[in-house]
Design a protein around this ligand. Structure first.
Ligand code: NDP
Ligand code: 2IT
Length: 445
């Protein structure tokens, strides 16, 4: 496989789509060996086909704000690959959303979903809608308009969206209400639904819980545990919230959170009512974590900075892509951090990942570490199909087992001669093989 030639072709076709090109390059570099060993993949053009989405929907989303002014956003859904199951992946509503970001997320989702062991293909969607300062009525009208266009292209066996940045329980509720009205069906077309109308218990916590279950396995492979560890978390949304809960439960101490405005350092640890306060912060639709330091004066607020400068044993980036660069990675290594597990999607830049690998730091990539969210979405789909609800212990146990299995799979495909585990390679190779073999079986499409 000639990676440079493939990348050149892709760059030509999709100029300027930096996040998408970054995600594709990382996967190609990991799977080079396995593709070269399996000439049937090259003969069937698997790589050329897997890096292009099956199709993309782009549409106008007009809505009326509280001042009776017409607003227009752009909506997207990228249906990337459905070789092993219906397209599955979240929706992101954030002003930064563009096609490059959604294509990178959809591409990553193919391999992540393959790792979960469940039958789900890869997709992603969203809009450049900015929820900041919007009333619930405005968010509802936006969600209704978005679904008015999207509903014909999704379905419980076709494409099943869920949440991501800016899309939580509230937005899923509005989107589902609109779908139900348009399709005249009550089906599992979205995941992350309310528990009274088809949602799975533990889905809200699942990404954060799964992240910590994975980190726990990484530490255990080195004979260590979370007990007494100092943990730096970035973000303050859904993933950060679940991770903070589970770290605390397993005996670790969460010492940072962050938002686009800066980070909080709380030497006493972020637990109990402080974790509940994160929900309030997130629901406020404000972009600041600063209020945390008013509420809990022992915490220090560091304006415009990222948490990677604090001394910690573990780092869990849970905010957004490319939020941890080479300098941050060098700071973490210098300060004795031993394990980095990505709760967010692609939060570390390629240069940062290189620093982790060079220093033999335990490094878990997002597509393995945060797969517990979509895995539990898969469990929600199973429950919807069977028309029953599992108790929270059962869902949590299944999630935990899936995360252990994903960890084992990464070890199997990523263990190097000196015993170091390249989790990036392990996740990419294992995720790829299952989808590539399914594509081989199904002919050229
Ligand atoms: P949320 O919307 O709940 O929270 C994300 C938070 O991060 C927002 O509050 C956002 O603030 C903040 N944020 C945005 N940019 C930055 C930044 N540069 N520094 C610090 N904080 C920032 O989203 P989620 O918690 O759901 O998603 C977080 C990450 O996890 C994303 O990468 C997502 O793709 C990934 N993920 C989510 C899953 C899920 O199930 N929800 C599953 C797997 C991965 P603001 O809105 O003010 O910009
Ligand atoms: O990035 C992700 O895996 C998600 N946002 C969750 C997707 C899902 O379908 O639950």
């Amino acid at each position: 496989m000639d990676i440079e030639k493939i990348m050149l072709g892709l760059e030509k076709k999709h100029p300027g789509e930096t996040e998408y090109l970054q995600a594709v390059r990382e996967v190609l570099e990991s799977i080079e060996e396995v593709v070269n060993e399996n000439p049937q993949f090259e003969a069937a053009g698997i790589v050329e086909r897997i890096i292009e989405p099956d199709r993309i929907f782009t549409f106008k989303v007009p809505w009326v704000d509280d001042n009776s002014k017409v607003q227009v956003n752009i909506g997207y859904r990228v249906q990337f690959n459905n070789a092993i199951g219906p397209y599955k992946g979240g929706l992101r509503f954030h002003p930064s959303v563009n096609l490059s970001i959604l294509k990178f997320l959809g591409f990553e989702q193919i391999f992540k979903n393959s790792l979960t062991t469940l039958p789900m293909g890869g997709g992603k969607g969203g809009s450049d809608f900015d929820a900041k300062g919007k009333s619930d009525g405005e968010i509802m009208r936006f969600c209704q308009s978005y679904m008015l266009e999207l509903w014909r292209n999704i379905g419980p066996d076709t494409d099943v969206p869920a949440g991501d940045i800016g899309v939580g329980a509230k937005e899923i509720g509005f989107l589902y209400g609109a779908y139900k009205k348009l399709a005249r069906e009550h089906t599992g077309v979205l995941t992350g639904k309310g528990v009274n109308w088809g949602g799975s218990l533990i889905r809200p916590e699942a990404t954060g819980f799964g992240t910590v279950y994975f980190a726990k396995e990484m530490l255990a492979a080195k004979g260590e545990s979370l007990e007494g560890k100092l943990v730096a978390i970035s973000g303050f949304g859904n993933v950060a919230w679940g991770a903070a809960q589970k770290v605390t439960e397993l005996g670790g101490k969460v010492i940072t959170l962050s938002g686009p405005d800066g980070y909080i350092y709380d030497p006493e640890g972020i637990s109990g009512e402080k974790i509940d306060y994160m929900l309030e912060l997130r629901a406020s639709n404000e972009d600041i974590v600063k209020p945390y330091s008013y509420e809990f004066p022992e915490a220090q607020f560091h304006q415009g900075k990222r948490p990677w400068e604090v001394k910690c044993d573990l780092a869990l980036p849970c905010a957004t892509q490319n939020e941890l660069n080479k300098e941050d990675a060098m700071n973490l290594v210098k300060n004795g951090c031993r394990c980095v597990a990505e709760g967010a999607n692609m939060p570390s830049t390629p240069e940062a990942v290189e620093v982790f690998h060079e220093n033999k730091i335990l490094f878990g990539p997002g597509k393995a570490v945060n797969a517990g969210g979509v895995a539990t979405s898969g469990l929600e789909m199973s429950q919807n199909s069977m028309k029953l609800n599992w108790p929270s212990e059962e869902v949590d146990d299944r999630l935990h087992q899936i995360m252990i299995k994903i960890h084992d799979t990464c070890v199997k495909h990523g263990k190097e001669e000196d015993g170091y585990i390249d989790y990036v390679k392990g996740a990419n190779v294992a995720g790829f093989l299952k989808v590539a073999n399914a594509m081989l079986d199904q002919g050229i499409w």
